[in-house]
Write a protein that binds this ligand. Structure first.
Ligand SMILES: Cc1cc2nc3c(=O)[nH]c(=O)nc-3n(C[C@H](O)[C@H](O)[C@H](O)COP(=O)(O)O)c2cc1C
Length: 481
């Protein structure tokens, strides 16, 4: 039995032709906690070539392509079952065996008891440079998986991601999410924002009220998206800072260890020296005092970094998610308005449309709220990170000064100062490395802190608009249900 049979429960022969869809087309599906499809939009049916009835009530593996490694789906389920969103590339198979690639963002929706109620998956057409690597990478992962097992396939994936400079799958997926949204934005060049151009004279009279409602909602969501477009420009900065913090927090931690060790060695050396020992013991005392202060500062700093990292990491992701969800809503409304210009919608169908808008709007509220919290929390954290780095800089400069004095002294002392000469030159290397790392970090943190203030202002306005929207339309929308 070939993998095509094992991984292909539908028994449809995969075809090497694509089931195409346009870059501006977005699609979503909502599933129950087991992955059974409850609803979706028209593009989902069109691209997968299934009728609505064939999709609703079916497990999501109805579109599984046998080329997809199982290791990826394991990562999907491990992540979403833990209540965390998953973003990744998926190759799907339409009903006729043709394929289509998507970048899928799958969001768990959790109830008040913390249980997963449903999953919402939003898909877009991949167009970034990162995606160019994926078909081949998945092919290699699948080969490892079929030859060995899923664990080896996962290990192989991680090895490949490390080689590309990503520490974790999450780092990779956040970068891919950003690159895809950015590439889509550039290629579409805002041609997306034409709304409600339906010729109302062509519309079935019964639907006019409903179309009006959809048009109003669409205008509001377009306006709301301006705020997220504004802060979208900052995503890269937060992603970069996150990657930098990931890489540097280990270095900073090790630096504290090295400084402590060297100052200890310096004290030992100063005891050994009898002649001229006074100036050395003063120096080593100074060195030790500074090393202790630096170490404390470094530990404080790495604690702040640890506490802030999650928020920083989430800022970029939550901006991208809010933007994607709003665009999904406006696209879905556009799809519905177009449908309504061709045929009338039953009241039941209208209820379903409103239900779906409600679900997506609820998801938007969650992510916009997360974003507002992340930004607010990181405001003071970034500032204190910045001050701590500045203080650390002062301490490191002082160590630099002690080191220069040390070198001068050890040159005078000749042989007896030999041990010190080694320690001081090791210290020099350490100080130089620390200085350049810390200066880079200081610059990134300073600009992130400044930008965070702007993002904070804009998210607060967006948050107010969302609350207003919920108040004004909440009643109208729920009256439909
Ligand atoms: C919200 C949601 C969306 C999903 N989207 C897809 C998808 O687009 N394609 C896919 O093959 N699997 C998707 N899955 C995963 C499937 O449930 C399933 O795990 C996968 O197709 C592997 O099927 P298998 O275990 O039968 O091999 C999704 C799951 C959820 C919860």
């Amino acid at each position: 039995m070939t993998y095509k049979n094992i991984y292909n429960k539908r028994g449809i022969e995969p075809k090497n032709s694509e089931s195409p869809f346009a870059l501006d087309e977005l699609f979503f599906s909502i599933t129950d906690p087991k992955g059974i499809i409850l609803t979706g939009n028209d593009v989902f049916q069109e691209v997968s070539k299934f009728d609505r009835d064939e999709l609703i009530g079916k497990p999501h593996n109805i579109i599984r392509h046998p080329d997809m490694p199982r290791a990826i789906f394991k990562a999907v389920w491990d992540t979403i079952k833990a209540g965390k969103p998953f973003v990744g590339y998926v190759k799907n198979m339409a009903k006729d065996g043709s394929y289509y690639w998507v970048l899928a963002a799958i969001y768990p929706v959790v109830n008040e008891e913390g249980e997963i109620e449903k999953y919402i998956s939003i898909r877009l057409k991949p167009s970034s440079k990162i995606f160019d690597l994926i078909p081949n990478l998945y092919k290699e992962i699948l080969e490892v998986e079929l030859k060995n097992d899923m664990e080896s396939a996962h290990a192989f994936l991680m090895e490949k991601l490390h080689a590309l400079g990503f520490e974790t799958y999450e780092d990779f997926s956040k970068r891919a999410f950003f690159e895809e949204i950015e590439s889509r934005e550039k290629l579409l060049d805002n041609q997306n924002n034409v709304s409600c151009q339906t010729d109302l004279t062509q519309v079935n009279n019964k639907n006019i009220g409903f179309i009006d409602l959809l048009c109003n909602l669409q205008t509001i969501f377009f306006r709301l998206n301006r705020y997220f477009n504004e802060i979208f420009g900052k995503v890269n900065l937060f992603l970069n800072l996150n990657e930098e913090l990931n890489k540097k927090s280990k270095f900073i931690y090790e630096l504290a260890e090295d400084i402590r060790l060297l100052s200890l060695n310096a004290s030992i050396e100063s005891y050994k020296i009898k002649k001229d020992g006074v100036s050395f013991s003063t120096l080593s005392h100074e060195m030790r005092k500074n090393a202790e202060l630096s170490e404390r500062k470094i530990l404080q700093l790495s604690k702040i970094i640890e506490n802030t990292k999650k928020d920083i990491e989430d800022i970029g992701f939550n901006i991208l998610s809010s933007k994607l969800i709003i665009e999904m809503i406006t696209f879905f409304i556009k799809e519905m308005i177009q449908n309504l210009s061709q045929a009338s919608l039953s009241h039941e169908k209208q209820q379903e449309v409103i239900n779906n808008i409600n679900e997506l709007f609820e998801l938007l509220r969650i992510y916009a709220k997360h974003l507002a919290i992340n930004v607010d929390k990181s405001k003071s954290q970034l500032r204190s990170m910045y001050y701590n780095i500045q203080e650390l800089n002062v301490l490191i400069n002082r160590l630099d000064f002690i080191h220069i004095n040390g070198l001068i002294e050890s040159a005078h002392t000749k042989e007896e100062g030999g041990g010190f000469t080694i320690i001081f030159s090791q210290m020099l290397k350490l100080i130089e490395a620390a200085k350049s790392e810390i200066i880079n970090l200081e610059t990134s943190i300073y600009s992130a802190s400044e930008e965070n203030q702007n993002v904070n202002l804009i998210t607060q306005i967006a948050q107010r608009k969302i609350m207003k929207l919920q108040k004004e339309y909440g009643a109208v929308l729920s009256s439909y249900i």
